[in-house]
Design a protein around this ligand. Sequence first.
Ligand code: NCD
Length: 310
Amino acid sequence: MKHLVSISDLSRDSALQLLSDSEQLASVNDRDIKKLPTLRGKTVVNLFYENSTRTRISFEIAAKRLSADVINFDASTSSLSKGESLRDTALTLQALGADAIVMRHPMAGAATRLATSGWIDASVVNAGDGPHEHPTQALLDALTMQQQLGLGDDFSGLKVLIVGDILHSRVARSNIMLLNLLGASVTVAGPHSLVPLEISSLGVKIHHDFDQALAEKPSVVMMLRVQAERMSKELFPSASSYIKLWSLNPERLSQVESDAIVMHPGPMNRGFEISSAAADDPRSVVLRQVTNGLAVRMAVLQQVLSGGLE
Ligand code: NCD
């Protein structure tokens, strides 16, 4: 696999292989000396046109743990802010010898454009293209479900509920695609204005009532941030009405099965889509998700740059 721009680049087998490679690589992160020589001599560029904390740092640490050289291009502090085109930036990175470009961009399809443009020889890893896809997030979420729920390779029968701003969420889209590929069943729940009807074409069930969705006893409750920065107009009446209907508050948390898990990709808005009680509950695995992000990004970089584990 040369690029990872979409979950549709993966087959069920290659997705499971990446998850098992991640599991193996995770052990490096528990060692005293957290480094493998796999990507020595390779250059990984983090090209971020949108803000990010955990994803960028996670890719950076992952590349370093595999001994790659890492360059961070941040749109706000580089010539990108002077209006350079994606093509010129790509050609520059090519001229500098980049082997992999990890890109986050506000436009859906940007990573595909870069990967198929012919501008570069480098591998492209999509770290989020607008509201479209975020494949490494879906992989780290699947790894977390696998570990926490003891699934092994068998996701069939797993019920996952994704709640909130589905419309703007690349996390939701990539998760739906990957979970379907792995055989899980996915329900999305949110207000009408934040759940696009077309989402059902991805093979999900839709609910517009959080409590009804919880009554179906999902094993995973994944809360999403309301992405106000992607909204050109108000899509719900008020913050207080959103909190009332869509927050994972203590009362709803008590409806979550005792052996289920609560997930959130971060950054969390405590008190809004998720209460502190839920974020800090023993069933919450948000920090495990962050830790798993490292292993998954190591596995992905290794896969695109050297064809996977030996
Ligand atoms: C998400 C993103 O950027 O898509 N965060 C992340 O990558 N961990 C979700 C979000 O911004 O709400």
